[in-house]
Design a protein around this ligand. Sequence first.
Ligand SMILES: *Cc1c(COP(=O)(O)O)cnc(C)c1O
Length: 368
Amino acid sequence: MKIPFVDLKAQFESLKDELAKALETAVSSFSFIGGNDVSRFEEEFANALGLRHCISVGSGTDALFIALRCSGVQSGNEVIVPAFTWISSSEAISLCGAKPVFADVDPQTYTISAAEIEKRITARTRAVLIVHLYGHCADMSAIENVCHKHKLLLLEDCAQAHLTTCNGKYAGTFGEAAAFSFYPTKNLGAYGDAGCIVTDNGDLADRMRRFANHGQLQRGDHLIEGINSRLDTLQAAVLRVKLPHLERWNSARAQHAKLYASLLAGLPTVQTPAVRRGCAHTYHIYAIRASRRDELRQYLRENGIETIIHYPSALPFLPAYQHLRHTARDFPVSYQLQAEMLSLPVYPELTDMQISYVCEKIRTFYQK
Ligand SMILES: *Cc1c(COP(=O)(O)O)cnc(C)c1O
């Protein structure tokens, strides 16, 4: 059996006709930047989260940068960010001229720990950028308390958390603003780079929209200098076709996770993902903690099963952050995770038979 890590073709096949029609309508409007599909998608995505504003931009990384920058993060500021995440989260902070300050993550949910955030606060701390890693909400009530107590701006990286909930609230509705990515393999993915920022703050929404489009809100008004970060009309058309299916795809992922958990139960060498009470995991990534991870990965590969490591190095240990001179002792959990995490296929179209096969191979590996 061959099991790819993701299968974008399967999803495409199920939406082929709808996509063809939407793309043809978009192309024949000959407005390739902005236009009806872009403004409608912004409305539809904001509505899905119950928020007032959605500003579509060129990528998730741009969304993070624009949110931080337009919230006033600047040179001289420190922003606390998890040590274990994708590099966009910290890149966006540096792009503002501010300093990323890494905090270790929780060993159960792999999301940034409130206690670790509090330890890293200094007089220069301006904001906390939390990441709902893999599709599980960070511990928002504890983090909201820390931010409130120390008067810190709270921003969210929701690139892996489309319609993820915690205590009845969507990821993206906790902070001042939240960034989403629609990179093709995310739970909601475009056919190229795409992203957005959501917020309930109208002034901030205006500033972000202006900054993302060369400093203009009305054509030619250029109150400030900005950048060019916009969502293509064609990408918006794709996203509009896909958005109504997102909830169903997330449920399929959750079903797969349930089956994985039951078939891997009792294996002392494997830790399946934990879900905090009140949270609904949306499994952008289904990552297990596995002993002899690299050997297991090789064994699965030999048996036709493709896996990925999210992430082979925690951010503080990357060459890009060598100048911060961190050691394993600064982030013991992240240090451990980089050697143990292994992401298994969890795309919605995966079948129960495929999942059984993966689990059977994992069990066989540990019996060897
Ligand atoms: C994918 C991702 C991003 C960046 O999104 P792009 O659209 O690829 O720029 C940011 N943060 C996290 C945690 C991600 O997984």
